[in-house]
Design a protein around this ligand. Structure first.
Ligand SMILES: *Cc1c(COP(=O)(O)O)cnc(C)c1O
Length: 348
């Protein structure tokens, strides 16, 4: 029994939490890819995290966020994202599971698209209330600002009618959601110790940064020597490392820990994101074909393929030494394989 693991498990048990998905998610060895790359590669399958078949990393955050919504007597949950947001779709699933009404404010980055695809189809089947905000050639963050202003008016109206609204930020990236990946780190650590896998590097796609923050905080809390690599997906950030650290530290405070994360506790690689969010890269497309053709496993073009291309590049270029043990955290999002052509690029 590892004392640090046990201690963290006990701290987490004090936090309000739902059990929305299927945890722990599996970890398995990618044997053929490992032979090709000359490093031991394992995969953590949060694409199997649930809630539904198109699962992903947001389920871990929603376990804590939805528990907080219930604590606040919410009958309505409002959240934000891009029109193909996995977070928004998974939030709608979580709401439906709990009998709470989901309202999604989505910035439409793909204007002029004729018919709904991928997550937009799923959102409609889920019966979520959807407010599509045209990007109007503006930046995503400008669109998001307009969404927030509209949501504020809506929330006031709902409040007047006696409703209780609970707001979840984009990506579920606040201190409460981040708790889900502190727990995720502990889950991975316990599993790999049990399986006697000595993971040296973890790679995952990083968007809002909540996943990276949680993993970094989990590393800190358990005093783990593993290197955490977040790979950017084309969202431009000014103070990304600081924001991720702040998020991790808020979560650590909520847990009652005096430990603090600094940008030195993780590595963020922004150079694999291409020209922007939801904009394909040739390297990500190659990564998708490679993994599918060697292991039969799919990646999504927006997140996991970009992260995988970054990991492959760092192995090939020798940044990751041959013989090392690497874990790729599959964060889901596979419904994007059926998204708009702009997102799929040259895959088809
Ligand atoms: C949201 C998302 C991420 C990024 O997670 P963050 O916590 O927002 O950084 C990665 N992969 C997929 C598939 C996602 O939906």
């Amino acid at each position: 029994m590892n004392d640090k693991n046990q201690e963290l498990r006990e701290m987490l048990n004090l936090m309000p939490k739902m059990e929305l998905g299927f945890l722990p998610t599996p970890i398995h060895h990618l044997k053929r890819l490992s032979e090709i790359m000359g490093v031991k590669i394992y995969m953590k399958r949060d694409d199997y995290a649930g809630i539904g078949q198109f699962g992903g990393n947001k389920v871990r955050k929603l376990n804590y966020l939805m528990a907080d919504a219930v604590k606040n007597h919410a009958d309505t949950v409002i959240t934000y994202g891009a029109s193909q947001s996995n977070h928004a779709m998974q939030t709608a699933q979580a709401c439906n599971r709990m009998g709470i009404k989901p309202i999604l404010y989505l910035v439409d980055l793909l204007e002029g698209e004729e018919e709904p695809k991928a997550n937009m189809i799923l959102n409609k089947i889920l019966g979520a209330e959807i407010i599509l905000e045209p990007a109007l050639g503006d930046t995503f963050s400008e669109g998001l600002k307009r969404c927030r202003a509209k949501a504020k008016v809506k929330m006031n109206k709902l409040k007047e009618k006696g409703h209780h609204c609970y707001e979840i930020p984009m990506g579920g990236a606040n201190a409460i959601g981040t708790m889900g990946f502190i727990e995720g780190f502990l889950e991975m650590k316990e599993q790999t110790e049990e399986l006697e896998i000595h993971v040296e590097h973890i790679y995952h796609p990083s968007g809002s940064g909540g996943t990276l923050a949680g993993l970094a905080a989990g590393k800190k809390l358990t005093d783990s020597p593993v290197f955490i690599h977040g790979v950017g997906v084309g969202i431009s950030h000014d103070r990304y490392d600081e924001e991720v650290s702040d998020l991790a530290n808020e979560a650590l405070k909520n847990l009652g820990s005096t430990l603090r994360v600094t940008p030195g506790d993780f590595q963020f690689h922004g150079e694999y994101g291409g020209e922007g969010y939801e904009m394909p890269t040739l390297e990500a497309e190659d990564a998708m074909r490679l993994l599918a053709q060697v292991e039969g496993i799919f990646l999504d073009p927006v997140y996991t393929a970009k992260a995988f291309s970054g990991m492959i590049d760092q192995i090939r270029s020798g940044v990751i030494k041959s013989g090392s043990t690497v874990l790729f955290w599959h964060t889901g999002g596979l419904q994007a394989l059926f998204a708009e052509k702009e997102i799929l690029g040259h895959l088809i």
